[in-house]
Design a protein around this ligand. Structure first.
Ligand code: 48N
Length: 314
């Protein structure tokens, strides 16, 4: 039914009138679904109510997680996998995830070269298959590998599971700018937490007056900040700069066959309280990159969670 225009509508608002008439015309169709919306309206709200709903929760989280049991730096495929396994194994632990980008997920929203599918290799104990089944991500089985039809299906499913844990808080758009350290009774350095700032602040330290950061105390840090890049490999680079780690190995060229075993088996506590996983480890150890294959990211996260549990139980 052609929309009828309001006669002699003030010329200044023809577009609005057109839209209103078009909407009215839709309702005029008197279909069942249209009738349902005729008397629809949202509850009344005041803008400050919405602001208070957000800010009270956010600042309560900042207050609560100022003392955390574990901080995970980087919410990519490795960090999120570690968060899932740790939060599930230890619901008593407070786990803060610090992610520099507004959107968590790191490099796992697409497969290689912006293609959609995500490939993971099978392994002796079918660890990747078990992990995907545990988080509820369907996959196709090929000869030596399995395929998730869209990498975003893996990342969004894992992210949704992690965010549902009551003992996990994701602070995204927030960067770890430094590490909190202590000397133990033997004078050895150990981790005691992270220094954070909103990423937009971190990006402007050079053009604004000093903007002091926030701090989160935690005895265990799992750092999975990816391979080198603007903020990548953050923690291992910082450990080198404070003399707590001898030198960066620097990620080597691509060797898919070698790289994944190196990452999973190399996931470890590099200094007391600091576990490094995922591609950040390639920068630490000088292991190869593996390209568009993600099983080692997930399983390095699984391994990092196990190590964190061992450290905490000591
Ligand atoms: O996805 P990434 O970069 O890192 P991983 O290790 O979880 O997964 C790596 C994987 O995506 C690959 O690189 C694949 C397998 N390719 C390999 C290859 O050969 O090319 O996630 C790291 C996350 C990102 O979301 C960053 O924004 C974040 O860490 N991040 C930080 N968050 C907070 N504070 C920081 N300082 C920081 N630095 C990085």
């Amino acid at each position: 039914m052609a929309p009828t225009f309001v006669e002699n509508a003030a010329p200044v608002v023809p577009v609005v009138t057109k839209a209103v008439n078009a909407a009215a015309a839709c309702l005029d169709t008197k279909t069942e679904s249209a009738k349902k919306w005729e008397n629809f309206s949202f509850a009344s709200i005041r803008e400050s109510t919405v602001s208070r709903a957000m800010t009270t929760r956010y600042f309560k989280d900042m207050y609560d997680y100022a003392e955390s049991d574990v901080v995970i730096v980087g919410a990519g495929s490795c960090g999120l996998s570690a968060a899932y396994k740790l939060a599930k194994a230890r619901p008593d632990l407070k786990i803060a995830i610090i992610e520099a980008m507004v959107s968590p997920g790191g490099g796992a929203w697409l497969g290689g070269q912006l293609f959609s599918a995500m490939v993971m290799r099978t392994s002796t104990n079918k660890a990747a298959e078990s992990f995907l089944e545990e988080i509820g991500v369907p996959y196709e089985t090929e000869d030596q590998y399995i395929v998730v039809k869209h990498a975003a299906l893996f990342t969004s499913t894992l992210l949704s599971k992690v965010l549902q844990f009551p003992n996990v808080k994701l602070f995204n758009a927030t960067s770890v700018e430094d590490l909190i350290t202590r000397k133990d009774e033997n004078g050895n350095l150990r981790m005691a937490g992270v220094v954070t700032n909103w990423t937009l602040v971190t990006m402007h330290h050079d053009d604004q007056s000093c903007m002091d950061p926030n701090t989160i105390n935690a005895p265990v840090i799992i750092s999975t900040t990816g391979h080198d890049g603007p903020t990548g490999a953050f923690s291992i680079k910082r450990l080198v700069s404070i003399g707590a780690y001898e030198k960066l190995g620097g990620m080597r060229g691509l060797d898919m066959k070698m790289a994944e075993d190196q990452i999973v088996k190399g996931t470890r506590e590099v200094v007391p309280g600091m576990i490094i996983g995922g591609m950040e480890l390639a920068e630490a150890d000088g292991s190869c990159r593996m390209g568009p294959i993600f099983g080692s990211m997930a399983l390095s996260g699984v391994r990092a969670a196990e190590i964190a549990c061992e450290i905490i139980e000591e």
